[in-house]
Design a protein around this ligand. Structure first.
Ligand SMILES: *Cc1c(COP(=O)(O)O)cnc(C)c1O
Length: 223
């Protein structure tokens, strides 16, 4: 049995001011989320819509749900009433659908744009050029019900810490570039979501403001 409250405390003790924890609870039962909740955690990350739908009804209403997985446009409508932040927006089409669904609930949904920097071919996300192009197009400025709050990425899954550091540093550089060129007047563009259980110490050193940590808190997932 994991001691979730103790694990959580240990992780939190390592996070400097300005870095917030998304407790990634996917595939873990609600009882385990509740242990983290009772220990004070409020931001939870999930990556499957159906699973999240169920958990939302079973957890207290002040939980802030962050959707961190790949999101299909046809599922946005399920999240729109309550989701706090969507981390992995990887197309204009998805951004527009979030805007459309958020409007129906008279909400503004915070989102991050997912960058593809890692070497693995399977990862989702915008290439730096595609992301730059989207931002330069300005179409996102017309969307009144989404707010682009920053960038998200996953580094290559590797033991090569130099490579992880390189990829995260690239993401941080892109953040600085986009901030200067497109969001200089928008205080809300300030978030960098990178770092998971195995690489979050590097993420902290390379400018992360959100770390997304599952295994270190809840133990191994059984799929
Ligand atoms: C599952 C997941 C995490 C957490 O991974 P751990 O290795 O368990 O910390 C972080 N980010 C995303 C996008 C995930 O899908």
């Amino acid at each position: 049995m994991e001691n979730i409250a103790a694990n959580l405390k240990k992780v939190l003790a390592t996070l400097p001011d300005g870095v917030r924890l998304v407790a990634v609870s996917k595939f873990h039962p609600v009882e385990e989320l509740r242990e983290a909740y009772d220990a004070g955690q409020r931001i939870f990350g999930e990556s499957h819509v159906q699973e999240l739908q169920r958990k939302v009804t079973e957890m207290p209403s002040d939980v802030q749900w962050h959707f961190i997985g790949h999101l299909q446009t046809n599922k946005v409508k399920y999240l729109a009433p309550y989701v706090t932040m969507i981390h992995a927006v990887d197309s204009l089409k998805l951004l527009q659908e979030i805007d459309r669904q958020a409007a129906k609930h008279d909400r503004v949904i915070d989102v991050l744009l997912e960058l593809h920097i890692a070497e693995e071919a399977t990862k989702y996300g915008f290439s730096p050029d595609d992301c730059r192009e989207l931002l330069a197009s300005g179409v996102w400025r017309e969307l009144q019900h989404v707010r682009i709050c920053g960038l998200m990425m996953m580094a290559t899954y590797t033991d090569d810490t130099a490579q992880i550091r390189r990829e995260m540093a690239t993401a941080q550089q892109l953040f600085d570039e986009f901030k200067t060129n497109f969001f200089a007047d928008e205080d809300s563009f300030k978030e960098r979501s990178w770092g998971m259980s195995h690489d979050y110490p590097i993420a902290i050193e390379t400018g992360a403001t959100f770390v997304r940590i599952g295994t270190t808190i809840f133990g191994e997932r059984t799929y």
